[in-house]
Write a protein that binds this ligand. Structure first.
Ligand SMILES: [Zn+2]
Length: 219
């Protein structure tokens, strides 16, 4: 049912909440926020969460980095300050490409780690605001960052902080690219033996299994 919804609603005008649908149209399979953000370019599906500001806000909602109230505020700000919204989108694209390089080659390249360091500090250094702990409707707690001044400035903070954590705890060696060369998704391999191959068993993993099965039949 949800799968059906995501395809039929794809091109309809914005409705009350996008969260359920976008949780399905974007993959959150990477085990780390920064890697999910890298995957938001959705190479295979041809859809990009940074295509415009509205899609970016929907991705942030789907990633649970913006609640409905803050998302509404961002949408209002974007109408009032279209140039600011465009700037943050450009910024997000730049951050994402640096983070993709970090995911794919950061373990082996000092230069790429250094470039990521500069980019992370650029985003962190620009933002002023308050860090908060918040209680959610379901009783769980989340960290939040409430920006002061430029409301857009804080949007990328949790993403770059997640990348900063990966550098701090030295876990880049466990970042993998999906074994399907057409896929391009990256993920954190959290399996004990370090042999996770697919971004998602239900998509790429399954396709590979089906292909192996077909090979067997044709032998
Ligand atoms: Zn994949």
């Amino acid at each position: 049912m949800l799968g059906q919804m995501s395809s039929t609603l794809e091109f309809s005008p914005p409705v009350v909440s996008h969260e359920t649908r976008d949780r399905h149209s974007y993959a959150f399979v990477a085990e780390r926020m920064w890697l999910d953000f890298v995957n938001s370019d959705n190479i295979v599906r041809g859809s990009d969460a940074l295509y415009d500001f509205e899609r970016f806000v929907r991705w942030l909602e789907a990633a649970q980095l913006l609640d409905a109230e803050r998302a509404a505020t961002m949408r209002r700000r974007a109408v009032q300050q279209p140039a600011g919204a465009l700037a943050v989108l450009g910024d997000a694209r730049r951050v994402r490409s640096v983070l993709r390089a970090l995911a794919e080659r950061g373990e082996t390249s000092h230069d790429i780690r250094n470039e990521a360091l500069i980019e992370i500090n650029r985003v962190l250094g620009r933002s002023a605001g308050t860090r908060r702990l918040e209680l959610q409707g379901d009783g769980s707690f989340v960290r939040a960052f409430v920006p002061v001044g430029d409301a857009f400035a804080g949007l990328l903070i949790p993403i770059v902080e997640s990348a900063a954590d990966a550098l701090i705890v030295r876990e880049l060696s466990r970042v993998r690219r999906c074994a399907d060369p057409r896929c391009g998704k990256v993920f954190q391999d959290e399996t004990k033996n370090g042999r996770r191959r697919w971004c998602d068993m239900s998509t790429c993993g399954n396709r590979a299994k089906a292909a192996r099965h077909r090979m067997k039949l044709h032998r």
